[in-house]
Ligand binder design. Structure first.
Ligand code: GLU
Length: 304
């Protein structure tokens, strides 16, 4: 049954680091079906803010694959690589609020300080937090994080909470090479696109408190967050370009979509196993149930 939610807006936000594979398809299918089921909009955003990781033609390959799989999105595809001026103005706003500071630490210096002082690995030790800001040189910009716990309720993963000071420390919003960080771009873009619910893979669960913190500072509304189980191989590794996940078969989308629905616990009827995407979407839009998605961070899949 359709469960209309007025004003629902979801999105799929791939990074063009390679073609879509079964793992990335899961986030596309889950977010699409939440939107279809709520009779909302579904937008596509190319997260190509880190141009050093973008692979030539990957964004076209992703969009063509989405078309072959029968996804329909509203409006133009937003591209982060074209939005530097907007990110700059948001950073300027944070500078005015004195929430960010320049940091000239190299990775090596950060590591050395952590080791010398026996600090928790992976957390910025705050070296530049209290230094007077100087101009020039290659500097990153970091966001001052607060002591409070930031939590949210995920319908699949339950309550998740983090103290940013203990889990990441002051994090980078603009890198020393001038590129804006994913955390800044995603928060600005979700707000600008009016996204009411973010549905994505569980690998990003521990990024969400940073995004909620930044939203609150900027006075943006907080979307709902749903983190889907991610597909892992027999060794427990996330399917990705690094683990050589096969690109989606664009010639036979139906059976792959059927498998994605099965992965998401939807029990698609076996007589739709070879159906074209149109029929699968018609069935899935009607029958999608978030409650049926396994509430697990990962699901192991066998190679097909
Ligand atoms: N661009 C990210 C990725 O491909 C997804 C970010 C998000 O959904 O917030 O992993």
């Amino acid at each position: 049954m359709i469960d209309q939610v007025p004003g629902y807006r979801g999105r799929f936000a791939p990074s063009p680091t390679g073609p879509l594979h079964f793992g990335s398809l899961i986030a596309a299918v889950g977010s699409y079906l939440q939107a279809l089921h709520h009779q909302g909009d579904w937008l596509v955003r190319m997260e190509d803010v880190d141009t050093t990781r973008s692979v030539d033609d990957a964004d076209d390959a992703i969009l063509f694959a989405l078309e072959d799989y029968g996804f329909e999105w509203q409006g133009q595809v937003m591209r982060q690589s074209e939005r530097g001026a907007i990110y700059e103005s948001v950073l300027a706003q944070l500078k005015e609020l004195q929430q960010v500071y320049p940091c000239s630490c190299s990775r090596k210096q950060i590591q050395a300080r952590i080791e010398d002082q026996g600090l928790k690995p992976g957390i910025y030790p705050g070296t530049c937090r209290h230094k007077p800001s100087t101009q020039g040189g290659q500097q990153a910009w970091r966001l001052r994080v607060g002591e409070e716990s930031i939590g949210f309720d995920d319908p699949l993963q339950g309550h998740f909470e983090q103290k940013l000071t203990e889990s990441v420390g002051d994090f980078v919003l603009r890198r020393a090479d001038g590129l804006y960080a994913y955390q800044l771009a995603v928060v600005v873009d979700d707000a600008e696109q009016g996204i009411t619910e973010v549905v994505r893979g569980c690998d990003l669960l521990d990024n969400t408190p940073r995004q909620i913190y930044l939203q609150a500072l900027l006075g943006y509304p907080r979307p709902n967050y749903v983190h889907l189980p991610i597909a892992v191989n027999a060794e427990g590794q996330k399917l990705s370009k690094q683990t050589r996940a096969a690109p989606l078969d664009r010639k036979r989308p139906g059976p792959v979509l059927w498998r994605a629905l099965d992965f998401l616990g939807q029990q698609p009827p076996t007589d739709l196993e070879s159906a074209p995407p149109r029929e699968l979407w018609a069935w899935a839009g009607e029958n999608w149930s978030l409650a049926k998605v396994p509430p697990a961070p990962t699901i192991t899949i066998s190679p097909s």
